[in-house]
Design a protein around this ligand. Structure first.
Ligand SMILES: [Zn+2]
Length: 343
């Protein structure tokens, strides 16, 4: 297997639909995090709503996405209203709120269209800015209504890569760069800023192919975006990537690769940061070495400040092991699994 098998993706969707979604109706969680937003380090609040989940995940789903875990197929308008009410009672105001749904905020099957707008209106009574996530196919219908929130709402789109064959064969995304461009242009014409996520190292790619793809993708999409976040693969439960990982056919990217990508995108003209989930752990980006904590902190500090000093000071002997890994894969053309390093 060297690409996503659509039949297998459907089977995995069937398994997740039959057993493992949640029966809770409260919101998933809320926490704060720091980020470089509006040209400064900003403390932001994150709210994860529990919805029925991404519509695409019911049919097939992306090869790496385990976000269905927190979703409940029974959740409708009333449960979502209750979640928002209880959240706003506890956290009525702040500078920036991010609302994530494990799907698309603008998917009307996931969140009722009228409720989408009333959530935005209510949030912006207490918060200066709101960031929500959506697949591109829902944007055209809502963009007219978003115009009045111009400058205060940002929409994040998970493009993952600009390469059509990677999107189809490695990610199973079911949209492409053209769909993204159309949505991003519509949003920006209406005063709504755009944040784009790239996925570092989708399956079936060598480390160097993955590095090149993230750099190339960031450069190609920069003109359509106000902010880029490079998200290195982390192994999530119930995904195709988890199966490959357990079979020894997938290794998450090295932190060295994350640093290299961020350094080579210095001149992009917009903030390019990296949020590394499970950083330094086996299921997240890691060097597999004693330096993992230092690298994780360096990348986080950089992403909160855009100060390249935090990246440039990262040094370790295992750089040679990383280079060697990349070269061996280049020669064979085959992605390798873990190589054990000595401390
Ligand atoms: Zn090291």
């Amino acid at each position: 297997m060297n690409k996503v098998d659509p039949q297998l993706a459907k089977e995995i969707a069937g398994i997740r639909n039959s057993i493992s979604r949640s029966d809770r109706t409260d919101y998933v969680t809320t926490y704060t995090e720091k980020e470089f937003f509006n040209n400064k380090t900003t403390l932001e609040r994150v709210l994860i709503l529990r919805t029925r989940g991404c519509s695409w995940s019911y049919h097939s789903g992306c090869s790496m996405c385990g976000y269905w875990d927190d979703t409940n197929p029974e959740i409708g308008k009333e449960e979502l209203e209750n979640q928002i009410n209880s959240f706003l009672k506890e956290h009525p105001k702040g500078e920036v709120l991010k609302i994530f749904t494990s799907g698309s905020f603008f998917d009307p099957i996931e969140i009722d269209s009228g409720l989408q707008l009333s959530i935005i209106e209510r949030v912006l009574q207490g918060y200066d800015h709101l960031i929500v996530e959506s697949r591109p196919e829902y944007i055209r219908k809502v963009v007219g209504d978003l115009k009045k929130f111009g400058g205060r709402v940002q929409v994040a789109i998970g493009l993952e890569s600009t390469d059509p064959s990677i999107l189809k064969n490695s990610v199973n995304k079911n949209y492409d760069f053209g769909d993204f461009k159309e949505a991003a242009m519509l949003l920006r014409e209406n005063g709504i800023s755009v944040r784009t996520y790239l996925l570092l190292k989708p399956p079936f790619m060598t480390e160097s192919e993955a590095i090149r793809d993230s750099i190339k993708s960031a450069r190609e999409l920069a003109q359509y975006s106000d902010f880029i976040s490079i998200n290195p693969m982390n192994i999530q439960r119930g995904t195709l990537v988890e199966r490959m990982y357990k079979e020894g056919n997938y290794r998450p990217p090295w932190l060295w690769s994350v640093v290299t990508i961020l350094q080579s995108l210095r001149d992009t003209g917009i903030p390019v940061v990296s949020l590394v989930t499970a950083s330094g752990k086996k299921r997240g980006a890691h060097n597999g070495h004693i330096c993992d904590r230092k690298f994780s902190e360096g990348i986080r500090n950089f992403s909160e400040t855009l100060d390249f000093g935090f990246l440039d000071e990262l040094k370790c002997d295992c750089q040679e092991s990383w280079k060697n890994f990349v070269e061996v894969e280049e020669e064979t053309g085959i992605p390798m699994s873990e190589v054990i390093l000595n401390d």
